[in-house]
Design a protein around this ligand. Sequence first.
Ligand code: SAM
Length: 221
Amino acid sequence: MSEDLFFLKRQKLIELLREEGINDERVLAAMGKVKRECFVDEPEKEYAYLNHPLSIGCNQTISQPYTVAFMTELLDVNPGNKVLEIGTGSGYQCAILKELGADVYSVERIEPLYLKAKENLETLDYKVNLKLGDGTLGWEENAPYDRIIVTAGSPRVPEPLFNQLAIEGIMVIPIGDTYSQDMYKIKKYLDSTGKIRKEIKTYKEFVFVPLIGKEGWDYDL
Ligand code: SAM
């Protein structure tokens, strides 16, 4: 399939995202630049610009474009922000965050996906800090983070992640059971007595693969 055909498909997807209510122009521009077809393997490439999740192997998925756009809009990334992603998957969300000017750190627990994401991002010249491990524990050495985005469904807010979020930082995380989750946007702030508080907004309703780890779901599939 030619470059041009993907270009037109990408533009159509951006129009669809706009119609679906995504209105942050920076997010739409970033999604208009990143080649989603480069983050999936051959049988899936022709479906790269449908508004669907796609398989990336190891029983995992690259999220639906609308979900990526919605979460990225909630995250409200500014250039220079240090952003931690949990659940690297294909590396697509990392590329979107790079296009927004973020300094990106991302953790993946499945080794073949970690290796493939590394290859995908290097091929497209996106410089991202990747780690193989249990992302429910965060990535302590580089904390605090201005933004944290979790791209797998969690039973709760993992405490290490909240601890590694900067004051005035924002975390976006799907929370629920293993069938469906609500999207939580959590802002960490200090109240007038200097106590750390959470301001929480929730949005219905999403379906993610589970966040498996010490501070997430305690099982393997
Ligand atoms: N953000 C990815 C992308 O752009 O392709 C899609 C993420 S996929 C929906 C969820 C990912 O979270 C899977 O790759 C899964 O292996 C990973 N995951 C689940 N539990 C994890 C954990 N404790 N630490 C790190 N990654 C985890």
